[in-house]
Design a protein around this ligand. Structure first.
Ligand SMILES: [Zn+2]
Length: 79
């Protein structure tokens, strides 16, 4: 076992969907630079190109484990 930050992953399904993205694919679940786990929930076509609508994942979509809470995320994204 390595004790990297990857311990945020609660189950293999979540780990694989984050780790297994082929490079050109649109990310659906990813870890933002601030460490918050995010999920793309939609795409928007703008004048500048395709944009992503994303939101932080509070609970694992696969097994339901609570991963993050809104308060912690708010602290991470505040400037
Ligand atoms: Zn899970």
């Amino acid at each position: 076992m390595n004790e990297a930050r990857d311990e945020i992953f609660c189950c293999d399904s979540l780990r694989e969907v984050v780790a297994g993205l082929p490079a050109p694919a649109a990310p659906t679940v990813y870890r933002a630079e601030n460490g918050v786990l995010m999920m793309v929930v939609g795409l928007v076509q703008t004048e500048e190109g395709l944009g992503y609508l994303d939101q932080a994942i509070m609970h694992c979509p696969f097994c339901g484990t609570k991963l993050q809470d809104a308060k912690a995320i708010a602290e991470k994204v505040s400037h």
